[in-house]
Design a protein around this ligand. Sequence first.
Ligand SMILES: Nc1ncnc2c1ncn2[C@@H]1O[C@H](COP(=O)(O)OP(=O)(O)O)[C@@H](O)[C@H]1O
Ligand SMILES: [Mg+2]
Length: 375
Amino acid sequence: MKNIENIAAILAQFKCKADERSVRAYGSGHINDTYFLKGRDRAHTDYLLQRINHNVFRDVEKLSENTCFVINHLKNKVKNNGKGDAEKEVVTLVPTTGGKYFFKDQYGNFWRMCYFLVNTKSYDVVQTAKQAYEGGKAFGRFHAMLSDVSPHAIYDVIPNFHNVQIRLEQLASAVFFDNCGRAILVEEELIAIKKYAQFMQYFQQPKQLLSLPKRVIHNDAKFNNVLLSQNDESQCVIDLDTVMAGYVAFDFGDAIRTIINKAPEDEADINKIGLNIPLFAAYTEGYFHEAGAFLTSNEIDSLLMGVLLFPYMQAVRFLADHINGDKYYKTEFEGHNLQRARAQFNLFEKLYSNQQLLQDIITEKSGMLKLGVSN
Ligand SMILES: Nc1ncnc2c1ncn2[C@@H]1O[C@H](COP(=O)(O)OP(=O)(O)O)[C@@H](O)[C@H]1O
Ligand SMILES: [Mg+2]
């Protein structure tokens, strides 16, 4: 991650009491650059400063409007239900001296700041069923709290973000231009992806367009976008940049992609990739615990397709980025995106051949709720 040369000038723009000498890179996000800063004295809270990736988010003004809208809505929900603590359960942005929630510096970088939520943890790899269950609760609650917001209230900051048809077209275009001469080396992967291309168009079919409600969803529901408390209880959903209209199955599928794999997202040895079914069951149970009350039966029926779609689509995106010369995802070594694409495709195939088992668990967990036996 790049050092920040103009840290003092950036901090001066925000209504904060951050100690500029304490700045250090933080977290493992692929998209934005995140820095931690200590408060200037003990009484002051710590902060996170983020450089927004404006190659990904082209309209930072609209992005900021979306985020503020969603944060206000969530905070009001938490306050109104009288049980929670809106300061701990919803991210709080730090305003600039000009009353905005982002700042553009002289180099064209966009910065945003939020309060650091103490005593929280985010996991790149889920370790226990309890963590998975609590993650399911966090996203279920997030969906439930946003279920009364019209999807038209939110700007589409990245149009077609989870449209697999467009992702396949982007892959085809990467192959066509083949700027780095890599396409010829990945023919096997391209054939494998093509084999399932038709099947994966489920969410683009007219039947689904008519029967599935569009809702305001997270759109980047990776497990590490949930903060759990020190006791591993769900506390706060973070990383709200991509909150836009979509299907709940998208978030369900993306979260499961990051939970169910026994190996890391970029595992080089595909023999290590396997399905952790207990974690899947735990997440699903947690999710229904919070979201079961508002989901339609069509939405419940669509969840499995979300589970299949996300590793598949991620494989398509990683492969396209590899062919394009690693322009979108940060990479740690040459061929990293190809390795990620292979791992995600292998995960997809394993999920594909275990569909019945996964569906049975979804049915059981949603049925449990209807029978009132869920805790
Ligand atoms: N308000 C916060 N309090 C504590 N930690 C946070 C907070 N927001 C983000 N983080 C941590 O910083 C990491 C990166 O932040 P995130 O907003 O998810 O960026 P990215 O878009 O790069 O994934 C998270 O995975 C989490 O560990
Ligand atoms: Mg994140």
